[in-house]
Design a protein around this ligand. Structure first.
Ligand SMILES: [Zn+2]
Length: 374
């Protein structure tokens, strides 16, 4: 017999662990990550534009699992825009009545593939130190053997979900059980379990094993910056971006290291994961002198069609620029995360950014531009 209390309990549990893990900045930032719970044919999934740290029951979208499953029986066009638009429409059609004004997370189809009751998806910098490393795949195999499934870098949305569908099916056939820990290259981690407690056990067992192998961490103490120049930079950035721009300044030791010269900056120039593209724009810029800012920003805008949000200045560190306090601070938080990943990845053969093709896909992906606007 179906009891209304069961549903209330499952939502309480879902909200509880979403807020708990979502409030830990070591695990996820801004609107990143997502969670879900299944109850019979219904799946409750985080709505796009919500944040795990403060999501409530209303932030989740109730979906039909059997309707989502139909997506995997269909064939979609190869063209990126057409494929994503059509599969998004099918995903929207899988919403249950009463959910019309909500939009499910871009990773909904992926959540539906796990048969377990609860799914937790996060982007921890330490885990991404492996998923964004040159030797990441080999390291994952060595550390976790068959207990963790690795997914190579792939376009998010339908393509990622389809590859996960095939890989999870193959895993089950081979191992005789369902996968419950998945590492997505250049992205993050999925853990799934029937009990909420088991989510944390699985997540922290992965983190502990990686941490034991890490030999170097990013240093976020304030470094030795050129205090006489930093205000000139602020004034010039403000002049170039406009009076309504908000600048967040961070002279951390790690930022100063990456701003040491062009060669050091190049190690952090390309993005590691979708969140970084969404909240920081795909590429930062680097200048050595105050009078280089205007030209460098103008060239960037002409080439990319938008303004940069992260500026590295030799001797000064990192500046985040956006047109709201939140946007400016979030860009810096996400870029700090990127620097953490880059330094962690040094323990695993060095950092491996996303391919230009993947980066361009995310820049142009409607689902992500929707997310960043929320
Ligand atoms: Zn994600």
């Amino acid at each position: 017999m179906y009891l209304k209390e069961d549903r209330i309990m499952i939502i309480d549990e879902l909200v509880g662990f979403s807020n708990f893990y979502g409030s830990n900045e070591e695990l996820v930032l801004a609107g990143g990550g997502n969670t879900s719970a299944k109850d019979g044919d219904t799946m409750y999934i985080k709505g796009s534009g919500t944040r795990l740290c403060d999501i409530t029951a209303e932030g989740f979208v109730a979906m039909s699992r059997s309707k989502i499953a139909e997506i995997f029986t269909k064939t979609y066009p190869d063209n990126d825009k057409e494929r994503e638009a059509l599969s998004l429409k099918d995903l929207m059609d899988a919403k249950l009545p009463g959910q019309e004004n909500k939009r499910p997370s871009v990773e909904t189809t992926l959540h539906s593939l796990f048969p377990q009751r609860f799914v937790l998806h996060l982007h921890p910098a330490i885990v991404n130190g492996v998923t964004c490393a040159d030797n990441g795949k080999e390291v994952a195999k060595e550390l976790f053997g068959d207990s963790v499934l690795w997914i190579d870098p792939v376009k998010p949305g339908y393509t990622l979900a389809k590859i996960c569908y095939d890989t999870l099916t193959e895993y089950k056939n081979k191992m005789g059980k369902d996968a419950d820990i998945v590492l997505l290259a250049n992205h993050g981690i999925f853990v799934s379990a029937d009990e909420v407690e088991a989510l944390g056990e699985k997540l922290y067992s992965v983190i502990a094993k990686i941490r034991a192998e890490v030999t170097k961490e990013a240093d976020f103490e304030i470094g030795d910056f050129e205090s006489e120049n930093f205000q000139d930079m602020v004034n010039e950035i403000s002049a170039v971006f406009g009076e309504d721009s908000i600048i967040t300044y961070e002279p951390s030791t790690v930022a100063l290291d990456f701003a040491k010269d062009k060669e050091s900056f190049n190690k952090i120039y390309l993005p590691f994961n979708p969140d970084q593209v969404v909240y920081c724009k795909p590429y930062p810029i680097y200048v050595e002198k105050v009078d280089e800012i205007r030209g460098t920003v103008e060239d960037y805008k002409e080439k990319n069609g938008f303004l940069p949000k992260i500026i590295f200045v030799k001797g000064c560190g990192l500046y985040g620029v956006d047109y709201s306090q939140k946007g400016s601070e979030t860009a810096v938080a996400l870029f700090n995360d990127a620097m953490k990943i880059a330094v962690f990845a040094e323990s695993f053969g060095g950092a491996k950014p996303m391919s230009p093709e993947l980066t361009d896909f995310i820049v142009n992906w409607e689902a992500e531009s929707y997310r960043s606007k929320q």
